[in-house]
Design a protein. Structure first.
Length: 322
């Protein structure tokens, strides 16, 4: 079960910080990478589109400078998330920028287009695709992706309903690339557990929302700290795709979280529809079921150092060796 050779010696933890709309900007990505975790951001977070080039230059230059000054540090590569859907009219332009800057990892969502895989492979980059089902995983594998991200029950944002014990093992039966597990993880012990059930890496988002570098309101961060798993609502109302959101943010925008209507699945508006009282990107706050294990807002570097210690302590306790 492989961690790509290009990543293996550059990670302090087998973790990808998942790309989070609005929250993931160069500040968070750079701190994740400096601490040895793959940082990522959605290309669409760079607005206007021309800003994507600026972000890619900044991230690469700051990481190279840090590595030069700290030759013994594990500085992780970074990733860009591409939303492969007809509503994303920037996909071609954004991928051209990623090719120019030779982005090490492209994370694709929704449709796994072969042209993205071919573009990334043209310069030696890798493509990981996120899925919520075995059906979607098979389609991604057929397109030649290097890794599959299994987004299981409890994950923040657009999440599936399958247990990781089911989805990871079924994917492994036909896929020999990298498997990354997503869903309600917030500690180094959780990362170790993900590997124990067959994943190669963990995909963590919500825990990084409660960091000083996350580009979200302090109120959002404090709601995460104050919430538990029961405060997470699973609905497709706000984007047309099932996802997990904080109950408190749903209530404050005038909806009843216990009686939400179904969305029109043919209209994946991602919060832009005129029939909505609120916009997802501004008012409805995503989070996974792991919020109950998040008790404070920390600097990203400090958080990752704690997770590394937790991972090593768990490995020592269960395997008897460091």
């Amino acid at each position: 079960m492989p961690i790509p050779a290009a990543f293996r010696d550059r990670l302090s933890l087998p973790v990808i910080g998942s790309p989070m709309f609005i929250a993931s900007t160069p500040e968070l990505v750079i701190e994740q990478c400096k601490a040895g975790v793959i940082g990522s951001f959605p290309a669409l977070n760079a607005r206007p589109a021309a800003q994507l080039d600026e972000w890619l230059v900044r991230i690469r230059e700051e990481l190279e400078a840090y590595a030069k000054v700290n030759p013994g540090a594990k500085v992780a590569p970074f990733a860009v998330n591409q939303i492969c859907h007809v509503s994303n009219d920037r996909l071609l332009q954004d991928m051209e920028a990623c090719v120019r800057h030779k982005v090490p990892l492209i994370i694709t969502s929704l449709r796994p287009p072969r042209e993205v895989v071919e573009a990334a492979h043209s310069y030696g980059g890798l493509v990981f695709h996120d899925v919520i089902s075995v059906k979607h995983a098979r389609k991604a594998a057929e397109q030649g992706v290097d890794g599959i991200i299994a987004v299981c029950a409890g994950a923040g944002g657009h999440a599936g309903m399958l247990s990781p014990f089911a989805l990871v093992r079924e994917i492994r039966e036909f896929f020999d690339g990298t498997i990354v597990l997503a869903g309600a993880m917030s500690s180094g012990a959780d990362v170790f557990a993900s590997q124990a059930i067959g994943a190669d890496m963990a995909y963590i988002g919500t825990r990084f929302l409660a960091t000083t570098e996350a580009h979200v309101l302090d109120e959002y961060k404090q709601m995460i700290v104050a919430s538990a798993a029961e405060d997470v609502v699973y609905t497709n109302l706000f984007s047309g795709v099932k996802g997990n959101y904080l109950r408190g943010s749903v209530v404050r925008t005038g909806y009843d979280p216990d009686n939400l209507p179904e969305a029109d699945k043919s209209k994946m508006n991602f919060g832009s529809g005129s029939d909505l009282k609120a916009k997802v990107w501004r008012d409805i706050w995503s989070a996974g079921q792991g919020v109950g294990n998040i008790h404070e807002v920390l600097p990203t570097g400090e958080l990752i150092a704690r997770m590394v210690s937790e991972y090593e302590d768990t490995r020592h306790r269960l395997c008897g060796a460091r």
